[in-house]
Design a binder for this molecule. Structure first.
Ligand code: IPE
Ligand code: IPE
Ligand code: MG
Length: 246
């Protein structure tokens, strides 16, 4: 195992890092169930995993990471679980300044804010403001995020711009759409990782993953370690990306 890790360290090509990693952090509930623990314990362990993975990505020099924390569909879960997740995310945002200070992480939230509590909306703004001048990795926390909702939101904003004369409908192109997404100004996701063995997008970044390399990992999110991230990056670097060419 030590040999293998060393081999991975030697092989990661620092000039060919993914620019933007998307992570569907899945499997917290099953991780807990396997240990006879409540699902909340899985989410708590998952939050610990997140800190380590963001730190690792930042140390490697990855510029953007988007983590799927709460989907527009996750409101269907029992109220107690929804509340637990919201509290955990709130703690994460509150502590982000301290815990990720040394890491220089810039934190943003992507997704629809209007369904979130007032307290959460205020905290998001605060955390974004406090970390906005940092020079390290940009971390997008996808919170009440859905890829379809993002596109609906963009369509509304674009039609407003057309209506008010700021934009001509014949000028709408892919760059226009990009600039109205929550991830405006950021590169496409080039590496998408989903843990826990599920192989689906679950409404995650439908536009941005068009040409992403996808890696599905069997391990549940709380078991996903920095060395697993390195292994995913190595696998990414071994893929032949053609973007429709030959
Ligand atoms: C991912 O773990 C975390 C969130 C969706 C918030 P799950 O809670 O989906 O865990 P499983 O898939 O039920 O094991
Ligand atoms: C996707 O996981 C959402 C997050 C990781 C936040 P889910 O566990 O909600 O997805 P499905 O229900 O298995 O598709
Ligand atoms: Mg799940």
């Amino acid at each position: 195992m030590i040999f293998r890790r060393k081999k991975i360290d030697n092989e990661i090509d620092m000039n060919n890092l993914p620019q933007h990693i998307g992570v569907i952090m899945d499997g917290n509930g099953r991780w807990a169930k396997k240990r006879g623990l409540p699902r909340s314990a899985g989410h708590k362990a998952g939050a610990e995993s997140l800190k380590k993975i963001v730190t690792e990505a930042n140390n490697l020099g990855v510029k953007y990471i988007t983590v799927y924390a709460f989907s527009t569909e996750n409101w269907k879960r029992p109220q107690a679980e929804v509340d637990y997740l919201m509290n955990l995310l709130m703690d994460y945002l509150v502590n982000a300044e301290k815990t990720l200070a040394g890491e220089n992480v810039r934190i943003r939230a992507i997704g629809s804010r209007k369904e979130l509590s007032e307290e959460m909306r205020v905290q998001i703004k605060k955390t974004e403001e406090l970390t906005k001048d940092r020079k390290g990795i940009v971390m997008n926390i996808a919170l009440n995020y859905g890829g379809r909702e993002e596109l609906v939101h963009a369509a509304r904003e674009i039609s407003e711009a057309v209506k008010s004369g700021r934009l001509k409908s014949e000028d709408i192109d892919e760059n226009t759409i990009n600039s109205y997404l929550y991830t405006a100004g950021q590169p496409d996701v080039d590496l998408l990782i989903r843990t826990s063995g599920e192989q689906r997008l679950s409404n995650f970044m439908l536009w941005q993953v068009s040409y992403a390399e996808m890696i599905f990992v069997k391990k549940a999110w709380p078991d996903f370690k920095p060395e697993d991230l390195r292994e995913c990056i190595l696998a990414f670097q071994g893929r032949g990306r053609r973007f429709g060419g030959i």
